[in-house]
Design a protein. Structure first.
Length: 462
């Protein structure tokens, strides 16, 4: 097995390619290539395939040059504005209640959750085990079920559902670039993997990844992803507001936001003005700094209020004592943490990619802009390492215009990948000891999705 794993993320303003190298304990990021793109992707959905393919080809060429290796198979990040969740229950009467529950039986339950009926234009992207009931014992954690006994099992799942057309468009981009998809990862779950600390994921925390096109929400409690959601406005909305108020170009508005953007207007000098130099014979533009900051504060407050509403509706508002961790490119705006604390009235810290990657990774890997891509590589590294078994890989039949069950069970043999383990451990296991028992490794199953999210000690980035 190639020791390199490549992740491709197609986001609203950039195409990112991350190449990681497996080590015994963690992933080393050896290439991290970003190619900016404008108006090719909107809120996670591909709108101009040619622009995206061109940007991806450039990013792949850069990555290949840095690692001196030809890239053909990639892990694809999936996410976008058309995402929804459903709670699914699977019940089963056991014919042999005195037999211990096996990993195969658990896998069968998990596969059954993937048969949940969705709309004709939708596909199940991920099914996440939440808990199990066995007879009168309720609330059994996913990593505790194997080996127990009972006559009836009730299994509960959080199912993530996406638009098939959105997924198909991304697969078409990958194919047009001469690549094939080995595996898929839900982007914001990657962000959680990269940024959250162990005590946060155990007690209950919200990960906010505020990018350009979307604000992504991930709730983690007891080391299990409990809820994910997407709000279709984020940093780009702030840029658009500045552009309109100041009557300047989108490029200049982004520069103004990056250099002068603040999320709280209190204390801003009401006499200070920004002089924005015109180009092409256009005169200079004077903009009141206070007016710009008030616009930013209003938009960011709206985003945080929307986040609060979504979490309240999910039922987890009073179950997140660790508060919020904010990552993504927008988190660099000054006073964003203070505004978030004022709106949420909970603990808030800023986070960047730091967990389960080696210190000698490329410097850009630790940027908050990279949390989802780097975290997705860590997730992919653990999920793909299925020990000496055939892994079913999500596939899209691009030769047919008919609806295809992208994540169904019946895949052609050419879409199966024989993968040998390099990391072992639980699905989202982090650092593992060099003397880890191989027999226990072989019990690791990709069906036990998110049964334990973290296994390593993450760095504190307050």
């Amino acid at each position: 097995m190639n020791s390199y794993l490549t992740v491709v993320e197609l986001s609203s303003t950039k195409v990112t390619v991350v190449v990681g190298q497996n080590t015994d304990f963690e992933a080393k990021i050896v290439a991290h290539c970003i190619v900016p793109i404008r108006k090719g992707i909107r809120r996670g959905d591909v709108e101009n395939q040619k622009k995206v393919v061109d940007a991806l080809n450039i990013a792949i060429e850069k990555a290949e040059s840095e690692v001196s290796c030809c890239i053909r198979e990639i892990t694809l990040c999936l996410w976008g504005q058309n995402i929804r969740n459903e709670k699914v229950k699977v019940s089963r009467e056991r014919k042999r209640p005195d037999d211990s529950i096996s990993s195969e039986e658990i896998k069968s339950l998990n596969n059954e959750s993937l048969k949940f009926k969705v709309n004709s234009d939708e596909r199940i992207m991920k099914s996440i085990p939440q808990s199990y009931d066995i007879d009168d014992r309720i609330g059994i954690a996913p990593d505790e079920l194997e080996g127990m006994k009972g006559s009836k099992i009730d299994a509960y799942y959080e199912v993530i559902i996406g638009k098939e057309s959105s997924i198909r468009n991304k697969y078409e981009v990958i194919k047009a670039a001469g690549l094939s998809v080995l595996h898929t990862i839900i982007s914001p779950i990657g962000s959680a993997m990269a940024t959250l600390k162990q005590n946060e994921s155990e007690n209950g925390v919200v990960l906010l990844d505020i990018g350009a096109g979307t604000t992504d929400i991930v709730i983690v409690k007891d080391h299990i992803v409990r809820f994910v959601a997407c709000i279709p406005f984020a940093g780009q909305s702030v840029t658009d507001d500045i552009k309109t108020v100041a009557c300047i170009t989108a490029e200049m508005a982004e520069l103004v936001k990056t250099k002068y953007g603040k999320c709280i207007a209190d204390g801003v000098n009401d006499t200070m003005k920004l002089v924005i130099q015109g180009a092409g014979g256009i005169g200079n533009t004077d903009v009141e700094l206070l007016k710009l900051v008030q616009v930013i504060e209003a938009r960011m407050t709206e985003i945080f209020e929307a986040v609060k509403y979504v979490i309240e509706q999910s039922g987890f508002w009073n179950k997140i004592p660790a508060g919020f961790v904010i990552t993504g490119g927008t988190c660099y705006m000054e006073y964003i943490r203070d505004l978030a604390k004022a709106v949420f009235e909970k603990n808030v810290r800023l986070g960047n990619a730091s967990g389960n990657i080696s210190d000698n990774s490329t410097e850009s890997s630790f940027d908050a802009n990279s949390s989802s891509a780097v975290g997705s590589l860590i997730c992919g590294r653990n999920e793909i390492d299925v020990l000496y078994t055939t892994q079913q890989v999500p596939s899209v039949d691009l030769s047919s215009s008919q609806s295809t069950n992208i994540f169904g069970e019946d895949l052609p043999k050419t879409e199966e990948a024989m993968v040998k383990s390099n990391s072992g451990g639980r699905l989202f296991g982090g650092k593992k000891g060099p003397k880890q028992n191989k027999e226990k490794q072989n019990k690791s199953s990709i069906s036990n999705v998110f049964g334990s999210l973290f296994d390593g000690q993450l760095n504190n980035n307050a």
